[in-house]
Design a protein around this ligand. Structure first.
Ligand code: ATP
Ligand code: MG
Length: 137
């Protein structure tokens, strides 16, 4: 059993898709063990996306993710990290399979609705960055 970090991005919140997304993970059989709505600072987002520092889209993604409400969540289950990435779909929503969140609801890589940790190290790092231990069931 693994824990993974998911974050409904500002476009997902603005479009009223929080419930739609949560339903999909619950129906799949994952367990929601931590959740909060917050407006992340620029520095939190820069730390969260530190692996992308120096890339052309880094400033854009920081502008997009900072200063607007997001929903940070921790989900638990067998192979939760890869299962959640499968439910989310490919980074570019125009390429993501229909039936995935990004495939069903998105059209732009820079507005791809939800983040999911990409491996065990990033999941542990991101959960520790966004949550205190007592905030997780
Ligand atoms: P995330 O980490 O948000 O779950 P991902 O793992 O599918 O997405 P990454 O390669 O980690 O994709 O990129 C992080 C985020 O940066 C993407 O979700 C997207 O919002 C943005 N991004 C990545 N590549 C581009 C690009 N070429 N143009 C614009 N934005 C991009
Ligand atoms: Mg990523």
């Amino acid at each position: 059993v693994q824990d993974t970090f998911l974050c409904v991005k500002p476009d997902g919140v603005e479009r009223g898709l929080i419930g739609e997304m949560i339903v999909r993970f619950e129906r799949k059989g994952l367990q929601l063990v931590g959740m909060k709505m917050i407006t992340p600072s620029r520095s939190l987002i820069e730390t969260h996306y530190a692996e992308h520092r120096g890339k052309g889209f880094f400033n854009g993604i920081c502008e997009y993710m900072s200063g607007h409400p997001v929903v940070a969540m921790v989900w638990r289950g067998v192979d939760a990290i890869s299962v959640c990435r499968t439910v989310i779909g490919a980074t570019n929503p125009t390429k993501a399979a229909m039936g995935t969140i990004r495939g069903d609801f998105g059209m732009q890589t820079g507005r791809n609705l939800i983040h999911g940790s990409d491996g065990p190290e990033s999941a542990a790092r991101e959960i520790g960055l966004w949550f205190r231990p007592e905030e997780i069931t």
